[in-house]
Design a protein. Sequence first.
Length: 236
Amino acid sequence: MNPVIDVRHGDARPHTRIGWLDSHHSFSFGRHYDPANSGHGLLLVSNDDRVAAGTGFSTHPHQDMEIVTWVLSGRLEHKDSEGNQGELYPGLAQRMSAGTGIWHSEMNPSRGEDVHFVQMWVPPDTEAVNPSYEQLDINAELERGGLQPIASGQGHDAAISIRQREAVLWGGRLKPGEVVTVPDGRHVHLFVALGDASLEGAGALREGDAVRLTAAGSPALTAGATGAEVLIWVTA
């Protein structure tokens, strides 16, 4: 397989704007269907969502999908048909395994502040399992610097578990000028969620930009002058 580094700038992503929701999609989603943009490796959905105060996604179903949610600012209230309920905030990783079927809602409980979050989907390696839910605060790990596991199917410590052994989500809150090595993998998806950075072999990246790496080794990523928060999926 030839190595590929494919930069996708944020302003070129499909965009959904319906009043209460401002969402940018890295891949095909909803009415934005493109058969040539259906995912990268096992990562099928990566939505960068901003939801207005007092609004959100009312109760809706999912099945056979591992759904990871990562809040960047504000708070997001989760409720589901299995009785799970929680309020997500920055640094609290959440995983919902839809399994045989689950209904849930995601609402912004604030009266005056938008919530900004990224939601990402990968398929499970085993279908038709019982639905489940997990959340874990990893702020302490992120404060150590570098890249930290957020969600893993490979048993990483201090990460939420996902039912996909061929996928790991790494995250970092990089300080200005901090340099990290992007993990090597068959398919790697790097998303600059906040701030800006520079990637070896790709150049400058702004907030909202993504890079799809295919068998591209382990290039260096350097945070910009204001730092950067990055999310990096490594999958089969």
